[in-house]
Design a protein around this ligand. Structure first.
Ligand code: HAS
Ligand code: CU
Length: 541
């Protein structure tokens, strides 16, 4: 298949993602410096909040969405071996999403949307911010439709055959994202845009937070699924072995997608607008959704063990040493799993209703999500980029050793950044602050940790620059005719000849999600229309 058009589509998306990423890395380092209070010239809460809002939006919405779309198009084309369906539509979605990003960037950079990436009302941004974000989401919906159409077309053409695992994961993610984004879309369309345009005077922040919670948990799995896709479909082959179980992988993606949705109230444990019974229900669901990650840890490590033993590793742990640590994909997965141990542990602490009281709204929470998102997840985005770039630009990677240094420094930098962040949370430092206007022994005890965070941020910034440099140099290097690397998907150790429909289609799961969502969010949302709740007036920009 001549996939030049697909490669261009994927590359364009990935470049937008990574440009957003590098800009946000510079902001991140400025933020740790500002917050530490060591450089008084930097002391400006308004610049700080404009920066942290832009950083969050770029990392959580722009890097992720564009990366997932670009990766998805390429996975669909290569795993199904067919061109991307309706490319003009895909390009339309790309430009629409990019236009949305630019529109949202204007108020962000001018301090008119310093509402953080969660934009909770009654704090309100300029309408252009919400409209821009909406266009980004609409662009991503088009991507979802293209993925699902390609999935259905392939199945129709090859009845009874197992859909390639990579495409199954991508389609489950598209389904997940359609459901996930509906919550925030309702909030933005019916509350925030009318409020920011002055069409309504008040909103109910309780309803807004409930709708945002609908989105807030599953969105993190929308970001995570590409990383897990690489765990299952690239890692075993790159390590020199086989995937331990294809069926187990499908089951993990299904449970991840289905149970990510009805559990968002673990973000609202400390909020007053929902009753404790509902919170407990969502809390139990949260523990269920940790299971697919445990299954993933098991399956991926088992696959690594197969590879290590095939490469001659002996004894209980000898296989670890015989893994190809100098393969970027293998090194990345090992570092990713290491960060997942503590990142996931932090998530379990957060999810435990009583313990949440200890860490909620403290620095522990950004510590948690930097470790598990910027660490575990984004390190796999790097590995995917290093793997795909040579195929996308048809040139060998500029420097493999630079890529290895980059992955190690990302891991080291992230450990140095997030360990003190967790400690600061336990020492009572609130999240979402730029500085404190009082000093006592407690706030003074935060200082050494803030110093360490500056160092962690610096290492990360250096690492991020190496990443961009390597990709750019690869693309700009002279073309080499002989270079023809093909994408390789891992083979399961036991070939999958046939599958039950529920492991081979997203449609049954769509119905299950609908039922679970009706149970877990139906009454909690409807109650706002029965009860006489009072609205809050907007404040902010
Ligand atoms: Fe989280 C807050 C609970 C996973 C992202 N999370 C956040 C926020 C973000 C985020 C962005 O329940 C902040 C939202 C905001 O701004 O307010 N999270 C969880 C739980 C999990 C979890 C239970 N989170 C993620 C992932 C994210 C992410 C993934 C991004 C990609 N999170 C919460 C809760 C809050 C929260 C509460 C609200 C806190 C509050 O009060 O505001 C689970 O999915 C985690 C499951 C993972 C495990 C780890 C298993 C470990 C394995 C590794 C094995 C490796 C080995 C090493 C043995 C249970 C599988 C092998 C080594 C070799 C060498 C081979
Ligand atoms: Cu969550």
């Amino acid at each position: 298949m001549n996939d030049a058009a697909e490669r261009k589509l994927a590359l364009s998306h990935l470049w937008v993602a990574f440009i957003a990423f590098i800009l946000a890395c510079f902001m991140g380092e400025y933020q740790v410096l500002e917050r530490s209070g060591f450089i008084s010239a930097l002391d400006s809460p308004s610049v700080y909040f404009a920066s942290v809002s832009t950083h969050g939006v770029l990392m959580a919405f722009v890097l992720t969405t564009f990366f997932i779309m670009g990766f998805g198009y390429y996975i669909a084309a290569t795993s199904l071996k067919q061109p991307v369906w309706n490319k003009p539509l895909a390009w339309g979605a790309f430009w629409l999403a990019l236009f949305g990003v630019v529109l949202a960037a204007i108020p962000l950079l001018t301090g008119k949307a310093s509402v953080l990436y969660t934009f909770y009302p009654p704090i309100v941004a300029h309408a252009a911010f919400y409209i821009g974000a909406t266009l980004l989401v609409v662009g991503s919906w088009v991507w979802c439709v293209i993925m699902l159409v390609m999935f259905v077309q392939w199945k129709k053409a090859k009845p009874g055959q197992p859909v390639p695992l990579a495409m199954f994961a991508t389609a489950m993610n598209a389904l997940l994202w359609l459901w996930t984004s509906a919550g925030v879309a309702l909030e933005v369309l019916f509350q925030l845009i009318p409020l920011s345009l002055g069409w309504i005077d008040t909103v109910d922040p309780g309803l807004a937070r409930t709708l945002f919670a609908w989105t807030l948990h599953p969105i993190v799995y929308f970001w995570l699924i590409p990383a897990y896709t690489a765990f299952y479909v690239f890692v075993p082959k790159q390590a020199g072995g086989f995937l331990f179980s294809d069926e187990m992988a499908r089951l993990a993606f299904i449970v991840l997608a289905v149970f990510a949705l009805p559990i968002g109230f673990h973000h609202l444990y400390m909020d007053p607008e929902q009753a404790k019974g509902w919170k407990l229900l969502h809390g139990i669901g949260t523990f269920v959704v940790a299971l697919p990650t445990l299954v993933t840890g098991f399956t991926v490590i088992a696959s690594l063990e197969i590879a290590g033993r095939l490469r001659g590793g002996k004894g209980l742990f000898g296989w670890i040493g015989s893994l190809p640590w100098t393969n970027t994909m293998v090194l990345a997965v090992i570092l990713s799993l290491l960060m997942l141990i503590f990142g996931g542990f932090g998530g379990i602490v957060n999810a435990s209703y009583a313990m949440n009281a200890m860490i909620h709204n403290t620095a522990w929470v950004p510590g948690h999500f930097h470790l598990i998102f910027a660490g575990t997840t984004v390190i796999m985005y790097f590995a995917i980029a290093y793997y795909l770039w040579p195929m996308l630009v048809k040139k060998p990677l500029f420097s493999e050793s630079m890529a290895l240094v980059q992955l190690w420094t990302w891991f080291i930098g992230m450990s140095i950044l997030t360990t003190p962040w967790h400690v600061l949370g336990l020492l009572g430092q609130p999240r979402r602050i730029s500085s404190v206007v009082y000093n006592n022994l407690l706030t003074l005890s935060w200082k050494p940790y803030e110093l360490m965070m500056i160092l962690g941020g610096l290492i990360l910034l250096g690492s991020a620059c190496l990443f961009i440099y390597n990709l750019a140099k690869t693309q700009l290097s002279p073309a080499s005719e002989a270079f023809d690397q093909q994408i390789e998907f891992a083979e399961p150790i036991h070939a999958v000849e046939s599958l039950p429909e529920w492991l081979n289609d997203f449609k049954p799961w769509n119905k299950v999600i609908a039922v679970l969502m009706a149970i877990s969010f139906g009454y909690p949302i409807l109650q706002f229309f029965f009860m006489n709740t009072s609205g809050s007036s907007a404040w902010g920009f």
